[in-house]
Write a protein that binds this ligand. Structure first.
Ligand code: NAD
Length: 303
């Protein structure tokens, strides 16, 4: 099996440096026409420059590929619309949207201003929603679309000082779940990538010998699979240093109480509530509701 992207058009956000640059180069090397989006900001979102995106475009062209730069701020709907319109005018389709752009404004929750909370949510969550939304009707009409949302271990598992970032990154799972369901009939597949890589975002946080194993290029092959023709959908792929693992959400079988239910009843049975034996992955919200209603009816002898 060879994964190729000939005749496919991809938008990669935040593709001037780091992971996005690696993803853009990886897509172009396998035949995709790539929009290298980057606002060219510092890690905290300050400043602005087109230099990095233009350099990636030059690198792709020098290797014989096709690329164009666009400096839209992913959280600005007008800028994103312009990017999508220019892509359509140039190449006539959009097959792949890699939502990768991101910033950090780390502080422990008590010291974090709501402005810094909102800004991080704006870039990561609203940025991913804005770019995906602008591509959505195009992908539906094409009957083909591959979307990746970039999450993080901080969102899936937590990390000190990153309540804003963790909340925004966990939201990728919720966005994926719904877009996966809504996109299925139009062959739009939606996945989450949770990378951990040596980039300017992590260079001061992780020891040098670990960083040496964590080049972005060790992650990009996973991203390329997630946006390929035979991609899965609704997968959360952890990736770093050449390791790939899937994060899944399970619900335990749980318990069903009847009568006058007290908090003490729940406390007493909590080991049973949490018992992983028979836990399962639910495919949508109503499956959970149905499970509870059926269990409640059974417990009351109504079925
Ligand atoms: P990076 O700082 O090296 O690159 C981020 C890029 O996004 C920069 O080029 C920046 O200019 C661009 N950008 C920022 N805000 C933008 C906006 N509003 N519009 C357009 N472009 C914007 O970061 P990275 O480490 O390569 O991270 C890439 C993605 O992976 C981010 O979403 C990040 O949160 C996520 N991530 C990274 C790691 C890691 O270990 N590096 C871990 C978990 C998640």
């Amino acid at each position: 099996m060879t994964i190729r992207f000939d005749d496919r058009v991809a938008i990669v956000t935040g593709a001037g440096v780091g992971l996005g640059r690696s993803h853009a180069l990886g897509l172009a090397a396998r035949g995709a026409k790539v929009v290298v989006n980057d606002l060219g900001v510092a890690t905290d979102g300050s400043g602005m420059s087109s230099d990095a995106a233009l350099a990636v475009v030059e690198e792709i062209k020098a290797a014989g590929g096709e690329a164009m730069a666009h400096g839209a701020d992913v959280s600005d709907p007008a800028g994103v619309d312009d990017m999508v319109q220019r892509t359509m005018a140039t190449w006539g389709r959009i097959d792949i949207a890699v939502n990768n752009a991101g910033i950090l404004r780390d502080k422990t929750f008590g010291k974090l201003s709501l402005d810094d909370f909102r800004k991080v949510v704006d870039v990561h969550l609203m940025g991913s929603a804005t770019v995906s939304h602008a591509c959505w009707s195009i992908m539906r009409e094409q009957g083909y679309g591959r979307i990746v949302l970039t999450s993080s271990g901080s969102g899936l598992y937590g990390n000190v000082g990153q309540s804003n970032y963790g909340a925004a990154k966990a939201a990728m799972m919720g966005l994926m779940n719904v877009l996966h369901i809504e996109g299925a009939r139009d062959n739009i597949r939606v996945n989450v990538l949770a990378p951990t890589a040596a980039t300017r975002m992590t260079e001061s946080l992780i020891p040098a010998d670990a960083l040496a194993l964590m080049a972005p290029e060790t992650i990009t092959p996973g991203l390329l699979y997630l946006v390929s023709e035979d991609a899965p959908s609704r997968v959360m792929l952890g990736a770093g240093a050449g390791c790939f693992a899937q994060t899944r959400v399970y619900e335990t079988q749980g318990i069903t109480l009847t009568g006058d239910i007290t908090p003490e009843d729940v406390a007493e049975r909590f080991a049973d509530v949490a018992d992983p034996d028979g836990q399962e992955e639910l495919s949508n919200a109503f499956e959970q509701t149905r499970k509870y209603v059926i269990n409640a009816a059974n417990a009351r002898g109504l079925t």
